[in-house]
Design a protein around this ligand. Structure first.
Ligand code: GAL
Length: 487
């Protein structure tokens, strides 16, 4: 008799089957799937179950004859197909289940750590036989993580899956050498139908998919202290003039008007990219990364002037703060505003802080976007476990559980109104903005430019913090674009 088990609607859903006569895995595969080729999937799925439930048979080889009465696990056909797409017949150990799942990321701060843990919980629910190893390297935006990951990839000792921004960031990993193309998994799991077309375009590099997106983040949000704004009867600034009036007003009152971090060296450049998206039109901003907009544009000059002026109103200890520690200023009522991606909302949620939000001044209707994905190294030690992880990441249940803690929104387009209602008001408004705003790519988070350009951009802004020289910095940005675009 077949009994249907659903594990949260994802990941190795299957059914137990008690044999009424002796059979090999091939016989079972033929009877259930109409094709003997599914035998390895039946063997692996059954052996995985046997590790946590001794009533299941242990299948020692692909031609073993199991006696009548043996209990096997019939995986769902989707999982079985994905297994066959990933399985390497030369690695028989992958027919035995168990082992580890090593997931590399930089999600250690409030909100992002909780989101990751929610994905792990779903994974463990579906794959109780696997030990999950959380291989994080702390440091927002992943610059520290990437520096550790690259030598591991080259040495052939990578994690089983790792965090990768959608977009040109993948170029820095020589994907054709080190990563599995994921096209098969995209069509098996239907991801090519369920993610938005623009994101699918961003995810394709050299005509292949290399990562499974878990979310969409917005980079350009102005967070503000509701208490401070209410106390002084302030409203969120719609443009930079209003912003600086508020800064001037608060400066004399012992409050840090705009909090800034830069311990990671990326936070101030992140602020700068969000200013660029306010002083240029969306088309002009996009053109900066394609060569259609010159970096000599007056909108770039103005963005540098705004950043320069902001530096008069920030906490003096900004170079000692990371994106998350500086938010303590707002939580404690000592700082009024902050510009950061909406992972900050994940942090505020994790800390129980009720915070206000608005678009970065002058950028209403403009959504600076990025997406976190997981990539799959060719030399992963536990490829079947990695495949199950990617399935969880791309699943609806995974995207809901993760994003409501992470401060981001699902990348999937099939979220129902009832599911949307489970998200907090900020995230619901972000889903609305994602659907109607002009979408432009983030540079500091991998979407707009290749790694080498990102680093030049970052260095130019870090130097600017010291020199405050607008003309020299703009010239450096022009030179960086020239080097990257070969113009
Ligand atoms: C970004 C990443 C986000 C968030 C942030 C801070 O690069 O896309 O998910 O983690 O760094 O760590």
């Amino acid at each position: 008799m077949l009994v249907a088990f659903g594990v949260l609607g994802l990941a190795q859903v299957g059914t137990p089957l008690v044999l009424d006569k002796s059979a090999t895995p091939g016989d079972i595969a033929l009877a259930v799937f109409g094709d003997k080729a599914y035998a390895p999937a039946v063997m692996r799925a059954t052996n995985s179950k046997a590790l946590v439930d001794p009533t299941f048979a242990r299948i020692p080889t692909l031609d073993a004859v199991l006696p009548a009465g043996a209990k096997v696990w019939i995986p769902e056909e989707t999982w079985a197909k994905a297994f066959l797409a990933v399985w390497d017949p030369n690695r028989v150990e992958n027919l035995f289940g168990g082992g580890k799942l090593v997931v590399g990321s930089w999600w250690t701060a409030g909100g992002e750590a909780e989101g990751l843990e929610a994905l792990f919980a779903l994974y463990r629910g579906a794959y109780a036989d696997v030990v999950v190893v959380n291989a994080t390297v702390a440091g927002g935006a992943g610059f520290a993580f990437k520096a550790v990951l690259k030598p591991r990839l080259i040495a052939g000792d990578p994690p089983d899956a790792f965090q990768l921004h959608a977009g040109l960031e993948v170029e820095g990993y020589s994907p054709e050498v080190y990563l599995h193309p994921l096209d098969d998994l995209y069509s098996i799991f239907g991801w090519d139908k369920v993610f938005p077309p623009d994101l699918l375009t961003l995810l394709r590099y050299q005509d292949h998919y290399w990562g499974v997106p878990v979310n969409i983040h917005r980079a350009n949000v102005l967070w503000y202290s509701k208490d401070i704004f209410a106390r002084y009867n302030l409203t969120p600034p719609a443009n930079w003039d209003e912003f600086f009036q508020i800064c001037e007003f608060l400066k004399g009152r012992g409050i840090v008007p705009i909090t800034l971090a830069n311990a990671g060296g990326w936070e101030a450049p992140h602020l700068f990219e969000t200013i660029l998206a306010s002083t240029l039109t969306p088309a002009e901003y996009r053109g900066l990364w394609t060569g259609e907009t010159s970096w000599t544009h007056p909108g770039v000059t103005r963005a540098l002037e705004i950043l320069k002026k902001i530096l008069d109103y920030v906490n003096p200890d900004y170079s000692a703060h990371t994106w998350d520690t500086v938010l303590e200023y707002i939580a404690a009522g000592n700082g009024a505003m902050n510009v950061m991606g909406d992972w900050a909302m994940g942090w505020f949620m994790a800390k129980g802080v009720d915070v206000g939000w608005a678009p970065v001044p002058g950028a209403k209707g403009v959504f600076v976007a990025l997406s976190d994905t997981f990539a799959f190294p060719k030399r992963a030690s536990n490829p079947i476990n990695a495949m199950g992880w990617l399935e969880v990441c791309g699943s609806k249940a995974g995207q809901i559980a993760f994003n409501m803690r992470k401060g981001s929104i699902p990348a999937r387009t099939d979220i129902t109104p009832q599911e949307k209602a489970q998200f907090n008001p900020y995230l619901q408004s972000c889903m609305d903005d994602w659907a109607r705003d002009a979408i432009v790519p983030s540079v500091m988070h991998g979407a707009a430019a290749p790694e080498s350009w990102v680093v030049d951009f970052k260095d130019a802004i870090n130097l600017f913090l010291v020199t405050r020289d607008v003309a020299r910095t703009q010239a450096a940005l022009v030179a960086a674009a020239k080097a990257a675009l070969g113009q």
